[in-house]
Design a protein around this ligand. Structure first.
Ligand code: GAR
Length: 230
């Protein structure tokens, strides 16, 4: 019996997830990619730290893992990237998802992967890039925050935006509470953004990423809730 194949036999692009720690976004991507109709395959998880917790959970899921400790390379980013590039080639990787990967790349590496490397950041970029985005959001007093999936460019937490998810910020929020609320959104938008990229729905127009076919959201969020129906 011929099984129905949602991809019509076309090989799905092979994805590497790069992590440095917990790996909860990695886990969300692995889970989504198990769905029959998901248009990409998670082929390897690569960590730049041997103690990254995500390595164990990837192993349990049966995903091959590679550790390339970045510390011994010190400031020699190119040498680290050579080792990384070799691992990516060995696993025939076409797309990269950074999931809490805490190592900066050279402009050359980013250029080589431009349009094929995604990152997720827990703020509504271009607001609050870099460290402690939740603390930055609370200090700024914004009433909504969220998460952003974007193509990677040489600047940290910048690049054409693929997808954003929004959550309310509460007056009594702590960085931990806000982080937990945003993390739930991260786990929803990262697989959704990878799905769009892997199925060829995205196009880059300069610094802006646009979608082929209409899928704009109809939801709105007002925060805090207005007291009356003005
Ligand atoms: C996530 O919140 C991700 O958005 C953030 O690191 C965390 C990693 O968690 N990334 C950045 O801040 C990038 N500048 P995870 O390891 O559980 O996915």
């Amino acid at each position: 019996m011929v099984k129905s194949d949602p991809h019509h036999g076309a090989p799905r692009p092979r994805v590497a997830i790069l992590i440095s720690g917990r790996g909860s976004n990695m886990a969300a991507l692995i889970k989504a990619a198990r769905l029959k109709d998901f248009p990409a395959e998670i082929a390897v998880v690569i960590s730049n730290r041997a103690d990254a917790m995500g390595l164990a959970s990837a192993g349990v899921e049966g995903i091959p893992t590679v550790t390339i400790e970045s510390k011994p390379f010190g400031k020699d980013r190119s040498a680290f990237e050579e080792a990384l590039q070799s691992a990516l080639e060995a696993h025939r990787i076409e797309l990269i998802c950074l999931g809490g990967f805490m190592r900066l790349f050279t402009a050359e590496f980013v250029q080589a992967w431009y349009g094929r490397m995604l990152n997720i950041h827990p703020s509504l970029l271009p607001s609050f890039p870099g460290l402690d985005p939740h603390g930055q959001a609370l200090n700024a007093g914004v009433k909504v925050s969220g998460a952003t999936v974007h193509f990677v460019t040489p600047e940290t937490d910048a690049g054409p935006i693929v997808m954003q998810g929004v959550v309310p910020v509460r007056d009594d929020d702590t960085p931990e509470a806000l982080s937990a609320r945003i993390l739930e959104i991260e786990h929803r938008i990262y697989p959704a953004a990878l799905r769009l990229l892997a199925s060829g729905r995205l196009r880059l127009e300069g610094t802006v990423c646009k979608l082929n076919g209409n899928a704009s959201s109809t939801d709105t969020l007002i925060s805090p809730q207005p007291a009356s129906k003005e």
